[in-house]
Design a protein around this ligand. Structure first.
Ligand SMILES: [Zn+2]
Length: 510
């Protein structure tokens, strides 16, 4: 491609013709010798595809045009680019626009605003989705970006510190105004993180009221539900209630059961979700392929009262054992990183419950967060949820998070769950990374290899593709993703970023 551009630039200078850069990029490329999985979940075909004007223009047994650039897939698998519908990679994206920590696992689109929080892509602490979109468009990354309207962010803006209560009608009205503006800018819908402060103190009615606004705009609802442990069953039921009352498609983020006494109950959850679907509600989920979550240490104390010994003790006996809690980042104790709560308690000769309480009391007092990984997700449930036909793959990861999901989610599914364990077939795994998320996000022309679709594409070797991050050493790039195109531009080639930055903002298509 680079060479071709130089030739065209030379031609432009030489002939003085008025070819615009758009016309230059309209030249076509033929990807040959590929095993093409179109993303629909069907059988692959062997052949070639032509990219023209950033779109997939032809598929099948096609030969290069005279002088046409070709890219030999060398018998490897060619699929639509992976869509990560729950990502925190937007933070740090403008500093790392070449996006290697996404391209190395085949991701071509990320969605932000999830868990109900939208970070700012500018210097300001809070900016609207529209301002974030403008900042991205002024300084695009290699990958595409879409947003949900963030409930927690709205609640913080409207209620400030006075949030440990239900919102008044007037406050809900103010949140609606913020959501309306974001929807008008092209947000995909509403996202919540009901397990987090301040949404923790909202009631279902507040969420339904906002979800109705999203529904009226043809938007969707994506939720980190109110509990993934002790009251998880109620939280699934609440998500279904919101789908019904607001008449809106609902996606359950990073579906899991994170508590020993709930392990093995995924079939019950799936039956509940299937019953809702049978009723006509559009319910989907997404999932990352790990037995550990990564969040704030405070999630272990359900009462969020860090002086409440009973609640802290319950966290360490019933939710996650101290040996299963690994410190990610503690801003004041960098040496904790990678150690378990049990290890630190032993090293400091402290009672784990007392340690948990005192760490959280200090963090609350001085207003900082402590991130941990809790390895208490039921492993049989991971497989049950993964094989539910409506579960997509999504990372929930970040650029420099302390969890291997940030760099390894998609490649781990392909290596561990497809190649090694056979939990999913290759074609089904690809569907869960492409057309399924595209559909549940409402994308009209991505997620399939079909004529007229945008040429977001990946070539990988299913025999060697591999994630490498671990809980101990999480930030490791995957291997086996050979090439990635975004909007028809090659952004990853030979396991390296090319530096091209063709990423676009994807706005809701009504
Ligand atoms: Zn979440």
């Amino acid at each position: 491609m680079q060479k071709l551009i130089y030739v065209l630039i030379a031609l432009f200078i030489f002939t003085g013709c008025s070819e615009t850069p758009e016309q230059v990029s309209s030249s076509s490329v033929l990807i040959t010798n590929a095993i093409i999985y179109d993303g629909s979940g069907g059988d692959p075909i062997t052949g070639a595809i032509r990219i023209a004007d950033g779109l997939i223009s032809e598929i099948g047994n096609i030969s290069p045009l005279e002088g046409e650039e070709t890219f030999d897939a060398d018998g490897k698998v060619l699929t639509p680019g992976f869509i990560d519908q729950h990502s925190h990679h937007d933070q740090g994206l403008l500093e790392n626009p070449a996006s290697p920590s996404l391209l190395e696992q085949g991701i071509t689109t990320i969605v932000a605003g999830l868990d109900g929080f939208a970070g700012s892509l500018t210097e300001a602490d809070y900016v609207s989705i529209e301002e974030n979109m403008k900042a991205f468009e002024a300084n695009p990354a290699a990958i595409n970006l879409a947003y949900f309207g963030p409930h927690n962010t709205y609640r913080n803006m409207v209620m400030g510190e006075d949030h440990v209560r239900y919102a008044t009608d007037e406050e809900i009205g103010q949140m609606k105004t913020l959501l309306e503006a974001d929807l008008e800018a092209g947000a995909l819908g509403l996202a919540t993180g009901l397990e987090y402060v301040p949404a923790l103190y909202s009631n279902t009615e507040e969420v339904v009221e906002l979800a109705k606004v999203a529904a009226a705009h043809g938007g969707r609802y994506s939720s980190h539900i109110r509990s993934e442990d002790i009251t998880a069953m109620d939280a699934f039921a609440e998500a279904i209630t919101i789908a019904r009352e607001a008449n809106i498609p609902v996606n359950i983020s990073h579906i899991k059961l994170a508590m020993a006494s709930l392990h093995g109950r995924a079939p019950e959850v799936i039956a509940m979700l299937n019953a809702a679907r049978a009723e006509g509600l559009e319910i989907t989920a997404d999932q990352y392929p790990y037995d550990g979550w990564n969040s704030g240490l405070q999630l272990l104390v359900l009462s969020r009262d860090f002086y409440d010994r009973e609640s802290a003790e319950f966290g360490l006996t019933s939710i996650a054992d101290p040996s299963m809690i690994i410190f990610g980042r503690h801003p004041r104790k960098p040496d904790y990183t990678g150690k378990t709560l049990a290890q630190v308690a032993e090293e400091e000769s402290r009672d784990p419950v007392f340690l948990l309480m005192s760490l959280l009391q200090e963090a609350e007092r001085d207003d900082y967060g402590i991130s941990v990984i809790g390895r208490n997700i039921g492993t049989s449930d991971i497989e049950e949820f993964m094989t539910w036909e409506h579960t997509a793959i999504a990372s929930d990861g970040g650029i420099d998070g302390r969890h291997p999901r940030g760099q390894g989610t998609f490649t781990r599914v392909l290596s561990s769950y497809v190649r090694e364990q056979g939990v999913l077939t290759l074609t089904e795994a690809i569907r869960k990374m492409t057309s399924l998320p595209a559909k549940s996000l409402g994308f009209k022309n991505r997620g399939l290899i079909e004529e007229g679709y945008i040429a977001d594409l990946v070539i990988f070797d299913p025999d060697t593709v591999q994630d490498h991050g671990t809980y101990e050493d999480p930030i490791q790039y995957s291997t086996g993703i050979h090439a990635v195109w975004v909007g028809g531009e090659l952004v990853w080639d030979g396991e390296r970023e090319t530096g091209a930055r063709p990423g676009r903002i994807i706005r809701r298509a009504d």
